[in-house]
Design a protein around this ligand. Structure first.
Ligand SMILES: *Cc1c(COP(=O)(O)O)cnc(C)c1O
Length: 237
């Protein structure tokens, strides 16, 4: 499987992405802006994902619990220790499999899911960092809390002792994505400026292969890149 991937192509993709982000930051963001790049690993063999780890990109994004569990031992070979975030829709009954395996869950969009994360985090003596996923375009096909219901969700999660809200995540609609990236940037900075109890707004996870440069322009500080790094996927998840 891994031999259909080219090491040189992946390394080249990574350096182009880094350059593009630096360029956008220079033009549109303040001088001390740091934008983290996440490697989105779905369908990519773990040996290939390790190429980017070895070149310094140590944050991985996982869509599916089962796929992640089947790959995690290879990720950790030879003393590697990637930070792993769940970025796909997470079923409540799957939280138990990942509670001690990941650094963050970016796709929290319901109180029920948050309660289960909180319960299991407590049972495992840890605090879980989360992002609230916002369905900024109000699309029926997408998960995420609506912008209208975000406040209520944040209020209910803030008191949960074993969860730390760190920010927001979104996948904007494919058309007019500029508008939605802009809206998301505004929503994020408004919440950050409010400095609410129990909530730190330091991460805006926004931008994928087709829109990461725009997303950084509008305030993203974590971009999630899959196909732009590893090449086109044979199928979609
Ligand atoms: C697949 C996926 C990405 C990356 O998408 P690309 O277009 O391949 O960069 C980012 N975020 C989420 C939630 C995804 O499912």
């Amino acid at each position: 499987m891994a031999d259909s991937y080219s090491y040189d192509a992946v390394m080249n993709n990574l350096s182009v992405i880094r350059e593009n982000i630096n360029e956008v930051c220079d033009r549109y963001r303040s001088k001390d802006t740091a934008v983290e790049i996440m490697a989105v690993t779905k369908t990519v063999p773990p040996e290939v994902v390790n190429w980017v780890y070895d070149s310094g990109l140590t944050l991985f994004g996982e869509n599916r619990v089962q796929e992640f569990l089947s790959k995690k031992d290879v990720y950790r070979l030879d003393g590697r220790n990637p930070k792993v975030h769940i970025i796909g829709h997470l079923q409540t009954n799957k939280v138990k499999y990942i509670i001690n395996e990941v650094e963050m869950i970016q796709s929290v969009d319901s109180v029920k899911l948050a309660q289960e994360i909180n319960r299991l985090a407590k049972a495992n003596n840890r605090t879980m960092d989360i992002l609230c996923e916002v369905n900024i375009g109000g699309e029926e096909s997408k998960s995420g809390v609506s912008a209208e219901n975000l406040n209520e969700l944040l209020e209910l999660i803030a008191p949960m002792e074993n969860i730390r809200v760190r920010g927001l995540m979104t996948i904007p609609p494919p058309t007019d994505s500029d508008i939605f990236l802009g809206r998301m940037g505004e929503l994020f900075s408004k919440l950050r400026d409010e400095k609410r109890d129990g909530i730190s707004m330091d991460i805006l996870s926004m931008g994928m292969t087709h829109d990461y440069a725009e997303a950084v322009k509008y305030g993203s500080n974590l971009v999630r890149i899959g196909s732009g790094l590893f090449g086109a996927r044979n199928y979609n998840i």
